[in-house]
Design a binder for this molecule. Structure first.
Ligand SMILES: [Zn+2]
Length: 432
């Protein structure tokens, strides 16, 4: 059983009492065995004296393969954005999806993410990229009504097939993705829920991202989306709703009552100027679990959770005219423990505790932007002053995925060159 010893870091444990300890961390068999003084050696030793060790971050909403489509539809109104993105997306081949996923995975590793949630079709292709990358993917196959899909076959059947094929693959957790109420009928939601209940699979969907979506749904059904989903009996602790930006207090209570989690996506909402700000203070008051997502690279345009944490804090404070809203510790909780809980992985990831999986990120403790550093400003420094250039080393499942800023699991220059070629080809095909 291969062992790994990380020596001398400031460990931001994220345990129940949010302890920070200057100590060693011993990893064996993919698990954290000891957090404290370790006298013995190990197969591999990482000297992290003075560096900062945090749990791997959890990106709770993304479309990773869209990373090659960065910048194809910026600064345009939302309907035009959708038209352009869907047009390019419908032309994509497996190779383009693979390269898009690899590009996004490299970006996530470089910014300290070790687990991410994806919503897309062709998750079988993305699963191969995730497996090679060394990090964890909760891959939710996109399900929508047949009349709207470009998928071959029935989307829910494709999702079930993907689930069956990948449910035992290490670091891959297959889930059900639902595009949203605007393309998923109550019957589609109910069939997905039945499958989720039977298998325990996560049900991940876009919810109330735009005001138009909410008003259209109310005109059609007489109810707002979250109220409607509760009324048809599809909300449960297996639900993870992305955005949730246009909610009433009654809808927040409905999510809380049904133990649903939310993936808030502040940068995507701000960039698309959809106007809504997820009501996080009310979600916390009523007990909704909140996690953090970047959304895809056509709307963000990045997958950097360190940047996303700062933006989340700023938008919530700014919107409420209240600097006490969402303190740094709560933001870090959202990006670690909140994500873990949303995925049903609270016992496995999200904190640095003995017995949990060794998903760990080392930040450069000597970086000027993270200094001066004291116990009382360490978490603030990570959330407000940190950026992806501070990420030195990334460990997932006990394996070193990036060491001293070199990704060990993929040929980054090949991925970058390949993705340039892929998007060039796609854009040229559109023009002809
Ligand atoms: Zn999305």
């Amino acid at each position: 059983m291969k062992s790994l010893l990380i020596k001398g870091a400031h460990v931001v444990t994220q345990n129940a009492s949010r302890e920070q300890i200057r100590c060693d961390v011993l990893v064996e068999g993919g698990l954290i065995r000891k957090v404290g003084k370790v006298q013995s050696g190990a197969d591999e030793v990482i000297e992290a004296d003075g560096d900062i060790l945090i749990p791997g971050l959890v990106n709770a909403h993304s479309h990773v393969a869209m990373s090659i489509m960065k910048g194809v539809a910026d600064d345009v109104p939302f309907p035009k954005f959708l038209e352009r993105v869907f047009a390019i997306d419908s032309d994509r081949q497996e190779g383009d999806i693979m390269l898009g996923a690899q590009l996004g995975l490299a970006e996530m590793i470089r910014s300290g993410t070790t687990t991410f949630v994806d919503l897309y079709y062709s998750e079988d292709v993305i699963a191969k990229a995730v497996t090679e990358s060394g990090i964890r993917g909760v891959l939710c196959w996109a399900v929508l009504d047949e009349e709207y899909t470009t998928q071959k076959g029935v989307p829910l059947d494709n999702c079930k097939h993907f689930h069956e094929e990948f449910k035992h693959v290490p670091r891959i957790t297959p889930g059900i993705g639902l595009q949203g109420v605007y393309v998923c009928s109550p019957e589609t939601f109910m069939a997905a829920e039945e499958f989720s209940q039977r298998t325990g699979a996560l049900m991940h969907f876009h919810l109330s991202e735009t005001r138009k979506e909410v008003y259209d749904h109310k005109a059609k059904t007489g109810m707002r989306p979250a109220e409607h989903l509760e009324s048809i009996g599809v909300l449960s602790e297996r639900c993870l709703a992305a955005h949730a930006a246009w909610l009433t207090i009654n809808e927040v209570k409905a999510l809380a009552r049904n133990k649903c989690s939310v993936a808030t996506c502040p940068v995507s909402n701000m960039k698309l100027a959809t106007g809504g700000v997820a009501p996080l203070p009310e979600m916390f008051t009523h007990g909704v679990n909140v996690s953090l997502g970047t959304d895809g690279s056509t709307t963000n345009n990045g997958l950097d959770l360190l940047a996303e944490m700062k933006t989340l804090a700023l938008i919530q404070k700014c919107y409420r005219w209240d600097p006490t809203v969402l303190p740094a510790q709560q933001v870090l909780d959202i990006a670690t423990l909140g994500g873990a809980k949303a995925l049903g992985m609270a016992n496995a990831i999200g904190s640095i505790e003995e017995g949990k999986k060794a998903d760990l990120v080392i930040l450069d403790g000597k970086a000027p932007n993270l200094r001066p550093m004291r116990p009382d400003n360490l978490v603030s420094n990570i959330v407000y002053s940190g950026n992806s250039s501070n990420v030195k080393t990334v460990i997932c499942d006990g394996n070193v995925v990036m060491r001293d800023r070199k990704i060990l699991t993929m040929d980054e220059s090949m991925v970058v060159a390949g993705s340039e070629r892929a998007i060039k080809g796609l854009l040229e095909r559109r023009e002809h």
